[in-house]
Design a protein around this ligand. Sequence first.
Ligand SMILES: *Cc1c(COP(=O)(O)O)cnc(C)c1O
Length: 239
Amino acid sequence: MTTIANNLQQVQARIAQACAAAGRDPDSVSLLAVSKTFGADAVLEAVAAGQRAFGENYIQEGVDKIAAVRAALPAAALQWHCIGPIQSNKTRLVAEHFDWAHTVDRLKIAERLSAQRPAHLPALQLCIQVNVDAGPTKAGVPPAEVLDLVCAVAKLPRLQVRGLMSIPDPAPSHEAQRAVHESARRLFEQIRQTGAPGLEKFDTLSMGMTADLDAAIQAGSTMVRVGTGIFGGRSRPTP
Ligand SMILES: *Cc1c(COP(=O)(O)O)cnc(C)c1O
């Protein structure tokens, strides 16, 4: 077995264990393989091991990789998620090439994605990034403003609002990680319970990475984004 296949198995086992500990169905948590900085060859290895959903941070790198992977495997039904910051001048690439975007935190970016999503593609699936631990320099909408943004984005055509995403700062303990993830979960439930129009598919809580996926699953994550645990350490930093 390749290292990537072996790592994927171990991450899946960790997810299953965290679900069992939390009394959750293992199928209620999906695994996004974060392939940023790794080449198309690494993605192909993961696909051969059964992985279908991939996350990219750098938009141009992601677009190039999507093309390379599609050329190698034209028939594979893969899902590509943009999980990096989206500047206005990059919205068109995201709208034209990705299936999901997790980092929307301004209405203007959502409006551009909506206008630029090609008519022949299904709606772009969106998560709103929330700055759940309120770091002053961090991306994400403040918790108090998230409902208004979700409702505004839900009205835009060619987009489907799927949920919330968060990237909390590293916390010193499992309990501290869990407490931050729990606050994201509460926000997510509050928004869901409004039953506001356009939230029919508001079912995704994108949180948890290699270091904290267990705590995130205990807190209710439905999608963990794992890079290092699958592909190994990265040699260059990412935004
Ligand atoms: C890099 C990255 C991940 C994966 O992080 P690992 O610690 O390598 O698992 C998840 N989410 C986002 C937004 C990232 O940028």
